[in-house]
Design a protein around this ligand. Structure first.
Ligand code: WT7
Length: 575
C-alpha cells in the first residue's frame, strides 16, 4: 500500500487541525457551540451564521462570491451585499405569505439568485429545497408534490418544464421568475432590514431529495444546527482560512453545494468562486489560475476527466496558489491521487459523506499522511464503525456496514412525511449508511461499495427505480431493470435492460430500428426525468430475473453483466 507522507515543514499555512488525535480524543460538541453566533434563548439561524454575522467584522466588505458563467459574465458580491439582497428577497417572500416551516423550492442553474434565494428562505424560517437544473417533469413532480412546496423560485426558461404538472400541484401557490422585471422591481423595493427568524437548533432548515433502491426519492430534512458540523468540517477538513479563495465545483441541487458552497464555507468567512458552466479542462484551469484558488473541492469524475486531458495542459497554467485539494462523491482511485501529485504537486484528499449525513464524516486531513485509496478517518465529533446487520462492531479488516454513532449536528432530522422510513436507517445507536467498507488497524476506512442498488454516475446518486419508472412510461416498453455498470471515467454508467412489447421486439432484427429505439428511449428518460439520469446503455431482453413476489433482481442483472457468479438464486422465480 502506498502512503503519501506530509512534509510539515513545507506547509504554507499552519493547518486548522494541527493535532488530529488530540482534537479527536478531547472533542465535545458543546465546547464548539461558540463557533456559531447564538441569539437569546439558545436560538440560531444557519443563514445568519453563514453570512450576516460577518457584517460585524472585518469581513463586511470582503468579497463572498465571485461568479462567472460560461459566456464570461462576471459578478461579485461582498458579504454585506449577500446579506442585504437575501434580506430583501426574504421580505418579498413574506409578502407572498411565506411562513415559518413552509417549503420554498429553488429550481435554478448556478446563478447568484440561487444563492440569494437559499439564504433568504432560511433567514425567514422557511424550509429551502433545491432542485437540480437538469430535472424534468417527472423528477420535479415527485419532489414538489411530496414536499407540498408553496413557492417555487425559478426562471422563465426552466419554468416551461412545469407546464404539464402545474395543475397537479395544488399546494404550489406561486412560481417566482427571477428573470422577470416585475420580480426584480419588487425585490429592489423591499426593505433591507429583515427580522431574522430565531430558530430552535432542531427546526428544519433545508431539504434534499435523494434516491434509494426502491420507491420514489426521499426528502432528507436537515435542521439549522447542521451548520455546526458544516462549519467545523469546513474549518478542519477543507482547512479554510480567512485569506483563502475557495472553489467548490458542486451544484447546490446536491448536498455538497449547500454544505460547502453556502453554509459551512461562508460561515468560515472565505471568498468563494462559483462557476456556472459545463465541464471543460481549460476553463477550469483558467479559473484556478485567475482567481488564485487556494482550496479546491471537486469530484473524482472531474479529476479523471482532467487526467484524461493530459498533464501537459495543466502545466501551462500557474496554479501556484493551490494549497489544498479534495474530492467527494465516489471512490477516488489511487491513480487519480497519484496524478494529482504529478499535476498539482499535491494529492487530492478523499472525503466521505452523504446527503443524509449533512457534512463530511470521514476524511483525509492536511496534517495526516494519506493512505492512498483510503477515505481516511472520522472527523472529530463522530464515531464511525463497521458493523454487522445486527449492529455489532466487527473486527478490524472485516467487511461490513459503514455506520456512524447517531447524534451529530448535521445528521438528518427526518425523511419528509416518512418518519417510519427514517427510523429504519438506525440499528441500535448506529446510523447505517448503506455503504460497505472496512477499517484497518490504524483506524483508516476503506470503501468497498454500496449495499443496495443505488447508482453513482459521475458522482451523482440515481435510484434505479426512478429510471425504470420513466422507461415504462414509453409506449414500447413493458418493463425495465436498471443497474450501474462500472465505467472508467464516470465511476458507473446507467444501463437498462428493457423488455419490449411484441410489436416492437419482433422488429429488432432491423438494426436501424434497434438503434433508433435505443436512442429514443435514452432521450425519453432525459426529457422526462433528468438530463443526467438517462441510460447510456440499453439492452433489449425477453424477460427480467424476478423474485417469486415479482421484484426485479438487479443484483442478478449486474452479476451477469459483469460476468460474475449470480450468487444465491433461491428466491428467484424460474427464468
Ligand atoms: C454516497 C452518498 C455528500 C457528498 C456527495 C454525495 C458515495 C460519497 C464517497 C467516497 C466512495 C463515496 C457513497 C455514499 N460516496 N463519498 N469518498 N468514496 N464513495 O452524496 O449523493 O448522498 O451520495 O456517495 O456510496 O453513500 P450522496
Amino acid at each position: 500500500m502506498d502512503i503519501y507522507k506530509k512534509n510539515k515543514t513545507l506547509f504554507k499555512l499552519a493547518p486548522n487541525l494541527a493535532d488530529y488525535d488530540k482534537v479527536y480524543k478531547d472533542f465535545d460538541w458543546e465546547k464548539v457551540y461558540g463557533e456559531l453566533e447564538w441569539f437569546e434563548d439558545h436560538k440560531i439561524n444557519a443563514a445568519y451564521n453563514a453570512v450576516d454575522r460577518h457584517l460585524k467584522t472585518h469581513r463586511k466588505n470582503k468579497v463572498a462570491l465571485f461568479f462567472e458563467d460560461e459566456k464570461g459574465d462576471k459578478q461579485k458580491y461582498t458579504f454585506e451585499e449577500l446579506a442585504n439582497i437575501s434580506s430583501k428577497i426574504g421580505n418579498y417572500l413574506k409578502t407572498l405569505g411565506v411562513d415559518r416551516g413552509d417549503r420554498v423550492f429553488i429550481f435554478l442553474p448556478r446563478i447568484p439568485y440561487l444563492y440569494f434565494s437559499f439564504l433568504a428562505v432560511l433567514k425567514i424560517g422557511a424550509i429551502a429545497g433545491t432542485l437540480f437544473s437538469a430535472f424534468y417533469e417527472d423528477a420535479l413532480f415527485d419532489r414538489l408534490e411530496n414536499s407540498q412546496a408553496k413557492i417555487l423560485i425559478t426562471n422563465s426558461d426552466l419554468a416551461q418544464r412545469l407546464k404539464t404538472i402545474r395543475h397537479k400541484l395544488p399546494h404550489l401557490q406561486k412560481i417566482v421568475l427571477v428573470d422577470d422585471p416585475k420580480f426584480q422591481t419588487e425585490v429592489a423595493k423591499s426593505s433591507e432590514s429583515l427580522h431574522i427568524a430565531h430558530m430552535d437548533p432542531d427546526d428544519y432548515a433545508f431539504m434534499l431529495y435523494t434516491s434509494g433502491t426502491t420507491g420514489k426519492p426521499k426528502g432528507v430534512v436537515h435542521r439549522h444546527l447542521a451548520i455546526l458540523s458544516q462549519h467545523l468540517t469546513a474549518k478542519y477538513v477543507l482547512d479554510l482560512h480567512d485569506e483563502d479563495t475557495y472553489w467548490c465545483t458542486a451544484d447546490p441541487g446536491w448536498v455538497t453545494g449547500i454544505a460547502y458552497e453556502i453554509l459551512g464555507s461562508w460561515s468560515c468567512g472565505v471568498t468563494s468562486v462559483v462557476y456556472s458552466g459545463r465541464f471543460d479542462p481549460q476553463r477550469w484551469y483558467q479559473i484556478l489560475q485567475d482567481y488564485k484558488v487556494n482550496v479546491w473541492y471537486t469530484a473524482p469524475t472531474a479529476v479523471r476527466m482532467l487526467m484524461a486531458s493530459g498533464t501537459q495542459l495543466v502545466k501551462k497554467y500557474n496554479l501556484g496558489g493551490l494549497r489544498h485539494l479534495l474530492s467527494v462523491g465516489e471512490p477516488l482511485n489511487p491513480e487519480a491521487v497519484r496524478w494529482g501529485i504529478e499535476a498539482f504537486g499535491r494529492p487530492f484528499h478523499d472525503t466521505w459523506w452523504q446527503t443524509e449525513t449533512g457534512a463530511i464524516c470521514i476524511a483525509n486531513y492536511p496534517v495526516l499522511d494519506i493512505k492512498i485509496g483510503s477515505m481516511g478517518k472520522p472527523v472529530p465529533g463522530l464515531i464511525a464503525g463497521i458493523i454487522d446487520d445486527k449492529g455489532n462492531e466487527m473486527t478490524d479488516g472485516m467487511e461490513g456496514n459503514l455506520a456512524l454513532k447517531k447524534g451529530w449536528p448535521s445528521m438528518m432530522k427526518t425523511i419528509w412525511h416518512r418518519h417510519v422510513k427514517y427510523e429504519s436507517y438506525f440499528v441500535k445507536d448506529w446510523y447505517v449508511s448503506g455503504d460497505r467498507a472496512w477499517k484497518d488497524k490504524d483506524g483508516y476506512f476503506w470503501f468497498i461499495g454500496r449495499a443496495d442498488d443505488v447508482i453513482k454516475t459521475s458522482g451523482e446518486r440515481v435510484g434505479p427505480y426512478e429510471v425504470e419508472s420513466a422507461l415504462v412510461e414509453h409506449p414500447a416498453v413493458i418493463e425495465a431493470g436498471v443497474i450501474g455498470k462500472p465505467d472508467a471515467l464516470r465511476g458507473e454508467i446507467i444501463k437498462a435492460f428493457v423488455v419490449l412489447k411484441p410489436q416492437y421486439s419482433t422488429r429488432l432484427k432491423d438494426l436501424n430500428f434497434l438503434n433508433d429505439l435505443k436512442e429514443e428511449l435514452s432521450r425519453f428518460v432525459k426529457k422526462h426525468l433528468a438530463g443526467h439520469a438517462y441510460p447510456r446503455e440499453i439492452e433489449f431482453v425477453d424477460k427480467l430475473p424476478k423474485t417469486r413476489s415479482g421484484k426485479i433482481m438487479r443484483r442478478i442483472l449486474k452479476a451477469r453483466e459483469m460476468g460474475l457468479p449470480v450468487g444465491d438464486t433461491s428466491t428467484l422465480e424460474e427464468y
